[in-house]
Design a protein around this ligand. Structure first.
Ligand SMILES: Nc1ncnc2c1ncn2[C@@H]1O[C@H](COP(=O)(O)OP(=O)(O)OP(=O)(O)O)[C@@H](O)[C@H]1O
Ligand SMILES: [Mg+2]
Length: 487
């Protein structure tokens, strides 16, 4: 069954039951109310009847009589209102009206009357009188009257039950109308609530469908502070993360394809050179005087191939954590100084100025050779991508860590380029495939893995045309490592 129908059914059941219960209790209440009111009125009639007609003998104060004329008048008056009465003497004799159609008071009722109790009765059935006539069903009050603590009369006053019930029916009819209107209004309102809920769920459903078809850009307008509103917020979060994950997957896929193409290219270039020279030797087309040069070229290309293979292997080893780091405490300032000395001539070629900015003693806990490799790579890059600029190498202590910064005033990188530089074979400028420094795009990938395996962090901040700063943070030895070093 469609959800809207389920909701409507649930609403109707709740509303229907409530209205049924309300209707039932109201109709009972109205019946009780009308009966109570009738009994109350009948008592009042009875009281005024006795007040008007009762006379006390002036001689014998204990004797009580009833003025028949006045009773007659009252009877005529009450008849108009469909009310009938009978006055009884304490000896169960009818004082008025003496027409033989009066009902008798039962023995049980007399007992109540003698105890000065008012009897309220409902005779639901018509009953036959002794003279053969039929008295319709009545609602009655039997009331005793005392004078000087002596029972002087009992009066029964009654109204036709059909008259009273017609009042009840009228009230019930009005009530039914009101309840029906309430039912209609609540049905209307519940239909709109159910429709609104349903629309929101349908929107979510179609959005979920779109997501399953690969559209991760979809976002729903948030609204409502109920569970569906929360679901919409969660849904938007979900699509956002899916979109991010999907972008990352696409980026990785592009990088993978690029990696394969670049790896093939890096290998093919030296192999083509070597193969060309070998062909030349085979067919003896290389002039004698160029042979030595060709063999030199072949050797350097072979070295390049070996370097590529070694670096790849190195990268894989570091990445899979299968290299053993020989971590020790040493003075990083010395390493920075050495690297700068080594690269000074290279910097001069590009007319770069190398500046060291570090305290004399800068403690670090790292694998010495690997740390040299890290700094060497980053500073080499800085020289490579800076012409006539300044490269500042800074070393400082942080909180339980050593921070190395290499800042250059070179070509810089865009944000997109910065995202990929730690990937293998990535070169921001693809046209610079081979150069005087043999760029293969492996340097930073290895540096990144090395810093990671030291438990450290590497970050880059750069602006195109302004320069780049690499920051490497190497944490101090943990308590366990310190203990191990002491042993
Ligand atoms: N200081 C820098 N300024 C501008 N771009 C840089 C800088 N350092 C790195 N890059 C960019 O990041 C890319 C990757 O650097 P990485 O060191 O991994 O490779 P490479 O220097 O090209 O080759 P390799 O280091 O393997 O010889 C570089 O090609 C360059 O585009
Ligand atoms: Mg490099």
């Amino acid at each position: 069954m469609k959800m809207i129908y389920q909701q409507l059914l649930a609403f109707f059941l709740v509303i229907g039951c409530t209205i049924l219960l309300l209707g039932f209790s109201f109709s009972r209440m109205s019946k009780t109310f009308v009966y109570d009111q009738t009994w109350h009125n009948l008592e009042k009639y009875s009281d005024s009847l006795i007040q008007q007609s009762l006379t006390i003998s002036s001689k014998n104060k204990a004797k009580v009589t009833f003025d028949e004329e006045k009773l007659k008048n009252s009877e005529a008056l009450l008849e108009n209102q469909a009310v009938h009465f009978t006055v009884f003497s304490p000896q169960d004799q009818v004082i008025y009206p003496n027409n033989g159609v009066a009902p008798r008071i039962t023995q049980k009722d007399w007992e109540h009357l003698r105890r000065n109790q008012i009897v309220r009765k409902v005779n639901n059935k018509n009953f036959k009188l002794s003279n053969g006539k039929t008295r319709p069903a009545m609602i009655e009050v039997l009331k005793p009257y005392y004078y000087k603590k002596k029972l002087v009369a009992a009066v029964t006053v009654g109204a036709f039950i059909s008259d009273v019930n017609s009042n009840v029916k009228r009230i019930n009819r009005d009530l039914l109308k009101a309840l029906f209107v309430a039912l209609l209004i609540s049905m209307f309102i519940s239909y709109f609530i159910a429709r609104r809920l349903n629309r929101r769920i349908s929107k979510l459903r179609s959005a979920a469908n779109q997501v399953s078809n690969g559209n991760y850009k979809i976002r729903l307008k948030p609204g409502g502070k109920d569970e569906i509103g929360e679901l919409i917020v969660d849904f938007n979060h979900m699509t956002q993360s899916l979109q991010q994950a999907n972008n990352e997957i696409q980026r990785q896929e592009e990088r993978r394809q690029e990696f394969l193409a670049n790896a093939a290219h890096e290998m093919r270039t030296p192999l083509t050179t070597i193969s060309g020279i070998l062909e030349g030797i085979k067919y003896d087309v290389i002039p004698q005087e160029s042979r030595a040069k060709s063999i030199d070229l072949m050797s350097s290309e072979t070295q390049r191939l070996i370097r590529l293979v070694n670096e790849n292997l190195d990268y894989e080893k570091i990445r899979s954590n299968s290299i053993q780091l020989d971590k020790r405490h040493f003075n990083a300032a010395k390493v920075l100084e050495n690297v700068i000395d080594q690269l000074d001539s290279k910097a001069e070629e590009s007319q770069d100025k190398l500046v060291l900015n570090a305290p004399k003693d800068l403690s670090i806990y790292a694998d010495y050779d690997r740390f040299v490799q890290i700094v060497f790579n980053i500073v080499t890059n800085a020289i490579q991508f800076t012409d006539q600029g300044t490269i500042t190498v800074t070393g400082e202590r942080g909180y339980n860590e050593t921070i190395i910064k290499v800042a250059d005033t070179g070509i810089g990188m865009s944000e997109d380029q910065q995202k990929n530089i730690f990937e293998r074979y990535y070169k921001a400028d693809a046209s610079r495939r081979t150069g005087k420094y043999g760029e293969s795009g492996l340097g930073l990938a290895i540096v990144h893995q090395l810093v990671k395996s030291h438990g450290g962090k590497i970050s880059v901040s750069s602006k195109l045309g302004e320069g780049t700063t690499f920051t490497v943070i190497i944490p101090d030895a943990t308590a366990a490592e310190k203990e191990q070093e002491n042993h």
